[in-house]
Design a protein. Structure first.
Length: 285
């Protein structure tokens, strides 16, 4: 029987289109698998065990490092579309015909590309702390690029980037930091400089509109849950409203007194909302 825990699921590799993808699978043996796509430079060990194990209670969970990221081999591509195509190849290599997808930050951009370019593989979408192509960035904090680009982020860096300035939000951030480091064996290596540069280039291109601004969002037909913190300084909260307004079957949740990492500040609430969304019958067709 496969391990059922974020902390002890072994890292496996699978080859697709010449790339060896590092991944871990755990959770329930039944239900639609849920694929997690991580933030800038983030690997499998950057997820919150309360979130992954919580959602794994009722469905299989798949964590992975996309091409070139952390434990996966290859060269990270410099477009969001190519990252989505690599996700698609990984899903096919696992033999998964239909999945749910949870994309966080740049992972949410990749999830959008995956749903647009390979819609037959995606049943439902959860987009967290992310933005559409050509999104609104004027409220982005001017120090985000400098701090996020540091070779190694400290807890204080994470508190600034992912959490709000209130005592309650920062306390939740410190608790997340502790949970995130509970796995001490078989951990991901850090992502390379090449990955950081490629992801940065991909985000820069993503931030430029193409054709009708936000027009492609109308082509995302999957039921979609959009989640944001009330004051996201990395990918400003207004972008989540835009996603919810333009994706035809989207609903929006904004958590109070929180930033980019709202799912880590409210892990139990987030798990309950996502689990209910994934299990619900479609409200409309």
């Amino acid at each position: 029987m496969s391990p059922q825990s974020h902390l002890d699921a072994p890292t496996q590799t699978i080859e697709a289109q010449g790339v060896h993808f590092a991944h871990r699978r755990f959770g329930s043996s039944t239900g639609t698998p849920l694929l997690f796509i991580q933030h800038f430079r983030g690997g499998m060990d950057h997820w919150d065990p309360l979130v992954t194990d919580g959602l794994g209670a009722d469905r299989p969970v798949v964590l992975f490092d996309n091409t070139g990221v952390a434990g996966s081999r290859g060269e990270t591509p410099d477009t969001i579309e190519a990252m989505g195509d690599h996700c698609s190849a990984f899903i096919a290599a696992l033999g998964l015909e239909k999945i749910d997808v949870l994309g966080f930050s740049i992972g949410g951009c990749v999830a959008q590309a995956l749903a647009l370019r390979h819609p037959e593989q995606v049943r439902r979408l959860v987009l967290v702390g992310t933005a559409p192509r050509g999104g609104e960035m004027k409220d982005r904090h001017p120090d985000v690029g400098k701090i996020a680009g540091r070779p190694e982020l400290t807890m204080e860096d994470y508190l600034f980037l992912f959490f709000g300035p209130s005592d309650a939000s920062r306390a939740a951030g410190r608790e997340f930091w502790s949970r995130r480091h509970q796995r001490t064996e078989d951990v991901d290596p850090p992502s390379s400089v090449q990955t950081a540069q490629a992801q940065r280039a991909a985000l820069t291109q993503w931030n430029s509109p193409r054709r009708e601004r936000f027009g492609e969002l109308k082509e995302i037909t999957q039921p979609t849950l959009v989640v944001s913190g009330s004051h996201d300084i990395m990918l400003p909260t207004i972008n989540s409203y835009i996603l919810a307004q333009h994706i035809p079957r989207a609903e929006l949740i904004v958590y109070p007194d929180s930033g980019h990492g709202s799912l880590f500040q409210y892990p139990s609430l987030f798990v309950s909302h996502v689990a209910r969304f994934l299990a619900a019958e479609p409200a409309f067709t």
